[in-house]
Unconditional design. Structure first.
Length: 230
């Protein structure tokens, strides 16, 4: 009920009126049953516009930091993340990664839609980067299709580091579902997982025509020079 109220009564109508988002390919999302929506990631606002523009409810796996803030701002952020169907995950690796995988599988096991950013983090410069194989493992273990999604111009209205968005139009382009049933039972093979993940990234690149760089976005961020001391 809370999700419905936020999407159709409180947040949704206001966001649509201000940013006038557009969507292409809405029919490519299955009308029922579980599926993974694999999206490029340009801005924190991606997790707002995608759920807003599709008819079915969906859940995103979001970093746990968004749910642990202090004070009024932390409370507001936490409530907003819950209202938009986001689930906290720990990205520190190891057992935390396994727990994140299980969280995603539980969503798919209910027959719901799960949103994932295969790059693992926001693009630092608008390029599309190498995908993490967790998405492939989820798709194969849950036996679900993967629907490629491209967010358009969300980085223009809310780039990294900005907390209040510019006003501008954004878009969502949804491609045809990818079927990986031919790899059933192979979720333990790391070469298969890499192959499936790369196929997803190729679909995203063709759909959005972003420049592709075959390195992890997190690696590019780590290499960036630190801001000058003040």
């Amino acid at each position: 009920m809370f999700y419905w109220l936020m999407k159709y009564v409180v947040i949704g109508p206001l966001v649509k009126a201000i940013f006038r988002p557009w969507i292409v390919g809405r029919r490519n999302i299955p009308t029922e049953g579980a599926a993974i929506l694999a999206s490029n990631h340009l801005s924190v606002s991606d997790s707002i516009f995608l759920p807003l523009m599709i008819d079915r409810p969906m859940s995103f796996l979001a970093k746990s930091d968004y749910f642990t803030g202090k004070g009024i701002r932390g409370w507001a952020t936490r409530m907003f993340m819950k209202a938009t169907g986001q689930l906290p995950i720990d990205r520190s690796g190891g057992k935390a990664s396994e727990a994140s995988l299980n969280t995603g599988l539980s969503v798919l096991g209910r027959g719901d839609l799960l949103g994932i950013y295969p790059e693992g983090t926001r693009s630092p410069d608008g390029r599309l980067y190498r995908g993490r194989t967790g998405i492939a493992r989820m798709a194969l273990e849950a036996h679900v299709p993967v629907v490629p999604v491209v967010m358009v111009d969300t980085d223009a209205i809310m780039p990294i580091g900005r907390s209040i968005p510019h006003v501008g139009r954004v878009g969502v382009v949804i491609g045809e579902p990818l079927d990986f049933s031919r790899f059933a039972g192979m979720e333990g093979d790391r070469y298969i997982l890499r192959s499936v993940t790369d196929e997803i990234m190729v679909a995203l690149q063709r759909l959005g025509e972003q420049t592709y760089d075959d390195v992890y976005a997190s690696t590019v961020k780590d290499r960036a020079p630190a801001p000058p001391a003040r």
